[in-house]
Ligand binder design. Structure first.
Ligand code: ARG
Length: 461
């Protein structure tokens, strides 16, 4: 049997394997809402332009509403023989309203239809991610406020570097997720032009009004070039590229949670709800959710690779290769959404352990820089010389198995005579963080200011 929608010039039906490779209905049914919304806007415009009669337009709209109800309630029978969501809906429309259904596809092609559906879906995904990322930022900001003055080691090379506050560390991620939101917002602004009415590739001779459908569907304007409209998927690539960068941020935070929950660190404890036990080792509390967030970032990044490779060799305009755009995009967005939700839960429930952070920061001579800075400031030493003096004292403390603050004054003065009692104020980790009051610095007072600023920049409105 030949296809009922395009089978006019065919004598026989598809091969069995064709029925397996060709359809997209198993995944593109996902944007049935977008498809029906687009069809309703298109039909309404056809009527307004006098291309389709009001009666036919009303029948089409009513039929589409009925199909909406069928799909929503799970009564709709999707058919692989009808390939995709577009033909499934249109074919059902013919059953529901009869002859007027055949007029819906006037001045339209599946090429602009699928471009429209995909854009609408991506736009919705961006709007959802925006809400989800905001919730994650809110959880991070709350933790930052709670622990604005909890001193922990800041690391470079994963070696203790300088004391920082846990609040400062949390706010670093708030900034990253803020830029992720910015990238998604940029993508949304660029994608928000309607391809509907580009038809197959060249436009259409019917007197359509693309501005009308664009505004009905919440677009800023119609796209300017019909060929471009049906050919490019840059908006989808841009979306999952931004999703990939966000997934990298999520993965780094996840990695820190994995590290911080170990017996060696104990900086944080994840709630029972976000930990798993071991079937053999009774003591275990594994950070499975964090590991999965770290692992799934690979999938999101892979999606961008997949889609860009699908697109890179395609001549204009539409090729069926482009049907392969959907699965990577859906999977990337589903995966990222799940990761954000899990991360938000982990962060909201997580219990920080300032005592463990304090012990860890003491262990690594993190205030050696402060000692050197003091010699520069108070004794006028060149920084390089001061660096050397501080290094000698670190070596001495290491030999004695104590911290810098535990070295007796005569030992300090043997390293440099200008050192006096005041140095003990300087080499404490609290003094170190309190001194870092430069804008964006780790001092608790700055962190508290940044908590308030972050709420204003990211959470208000
Ligand atoms: N299912 C197709 C896709 O996802 C819809 C567009 C089909 N257009 C065409 N000329 N075959 O890309």
């Amino acid at each position: 049997r030949t296809n009922e929608l395009w089978g006019g010039r065919f004598a026989s039906g598809p091969a069995e394997v064709m029925e397996r490779i060709n359809p997209s209905i198993d995944f593109d049914r996902r944007f049935w809402r977008e498809d029906i919304q687009g069809s309703k806007a298109h039909a309404e415009m056809l009527v307004a332009q006098g291309i389709v009669s009001a009666a036919d337009g009303a029948a089409i709209a009513k039929g589409l509403d009925e199909i909406w109800g069928e799909i929503e309630s799970g009564r709709f029978k999707f058919s692989r023989a009808l390939e995709d969501i577009h033909m499934n809906v249109e074919s059902r429309l013919r059953e529901v309203v009869g002859e007027p259904a055949g007029r819906l596809h006037t001045a339209r092609s599946r090429n602009d239809q699928v471009a429209l559906d995909m854009k609408l879906w991506c736009r919705g995904a961006i709007d959802d991610l925006e809400v989800e990322l905001k919730a994650l930022q809110a959880a991070l900001i709350d933790q930052a406020e709670r622990h604005a003055d909890a001193v922990m080691p800041g690391f470079t090379h994963l070696q203790v570097a300088q004391p920082i506050t846990f609040g400062h560390h949390m706010l670093a991620y708030v900034e990253m997720f803020g830029r992720d939101r910015g990238r998604l917002a940029d993508c949304r602004r660029r994608l928000n032009e309607s391809p509907l009415g580009s038809a197959a590739l060249a436009g259409t001779p019917y007197p359509i009004d693309r501005f009308r459908t664009a505004s009905a569907l919440g677009f800023d304007r119609p796209t300017a070039n019909s060929l471009d409209s049906v050919s490019d998927r840059d908006y989808a690539m841009e979306l999952i590229a931004a999703a990939g960068i966000c997934a990298v941020h999520m993965s780094r935070l996840a990695e820190e949670l994995v590290l911080w929950t170990t017996a060696q660190f104990r900086f944080v404890r994840l709630s029972d709800g976000f930990s798993s036990g071991s079937s053999i080792m009774p003591q275990k509390r594994n950070p499975d959710a964090a590991e999965l967030v770290r692992g799934k970032a690979g999938r999101v990044l892979g999606a961008f690779t997949a889609l860009s490779l699908v697109m890179k060799g395609l001549p204009l305009a539409y090729s069926k290769d482009m049907q392969e755009d959907k699965e990577p995009v859906f999977d990337a967005i589903d995966t990222l959404g799940l990761c954000i939700a899990a991360m938000t839960g982990m962060i909201a429930d997580m219990e920080a352990n300032p005592a463990a952070m304090r012990r860890a920061v003491e262990a690594g001579f993190p205030t050696a820089t402060d000692l050197a800075d003091w010699l520069v400031r108070e004794a006028g030493l060149p920084f390089r010389d001061a660096h050397h003096v501080a290094g000698r004292l670190v070596k001495e403390a290491e030999t004695r198995g104590c911290g810098l603050a535990d070295l007796p004054l005569d030992v300090m003065q043997a390293a440099h005579p200008a050192l006096d009692e005041r140095i003990y104020q300087v080499v404490s980790v609290e003094a170190s963080v309190n001194a870092r009051t430069s804008y964006g610095g780790t001092a608790p007072e700055r962190v508290r200011e940044q908590v308030a600023e972050a709420r204003r920049r990211f959470l208000d409105g």
